[in-house]
Design a binder for this molecule. Sequence first.
Ligand code: ADP
Ligand code: MG
Length: 250
Amino acid sequence: MFKVSNLTAYIENKKILDGFSLEINDGEIHTIMGKNGIGKSTLCKIILNDPHYEIKAGDIIYNNKSILKKPTYEIAKEGIMLISQNPTSIEGVTNMEVLRTALREKSSENINIFKFNKEMEDACARLELDPKFIHKEVNVGASGGERKKIELLHVAILKPSFLILDEIDSGLDVDALKVVANFINEYHKESKCSILIITHHKQILDYIKPNYVHILSEGKIVKTGDHHLAEEIETTGFRSNIIDENGKSE
Ligand code: ADP
Ligand code: MG
């Protein structure tokens, strides 16, 4: 289980999260929606312990252990993986090298290089991604959509138990969105992983059905529903779905 309790976080003296809480049971898919600049990416980065943020209160628990102060590589070893909104490129190291090294770190077993190669090629085929990227430097020379697929190639190999997708839908055309959504659905089915989808468009939720949809506003979740809530937001916007302390809409 993944649990954030009462998290309050600042960046440059600005409060971004204010008593934020969330619980995701194993295998569940949750979505967080919210307008631009509300703190969605901040939450993702804090989960992976980005040192730029100052945590003033609260905790983040994964599989009964606090991960709040763990270094990012240890959080990754626990099985948490973030596909960030704008995946960065890493010059001088290929996808193959990163994945082989990460796999060695993760498991004490020897890597069967034939199985490893086949898994990478199969994932590229499923993602409709040119397999030349396997031997290319991470995300170098890749378009926005290709970067998202390359990150999912890493998912296929590293097999996270909790996958966080920060606007995976941005930069994808409708065909690529379908391919990516199918891949995520298949991965969810075979791995039984938990998934947190961050988005501000409901379109991706037409393909991936979340168990819960949450709205983030003023540093915390202000409303929770099922995928119908995403449809409501698409037609009425975020404002009318934000409830004040007296239970009234804004
Ligand atoms: P979202 O992902 O919901 O669009 P973000 O989490 O990226 O929003 O940003 C939340 C707020 O934090 C915004 O007001 C943004 O300007 C601010 N912020 C994010 N990163 C930084 C930073 N490195 N320095 C200063 N302010 C930041
Ligand atoms: Mg963001």
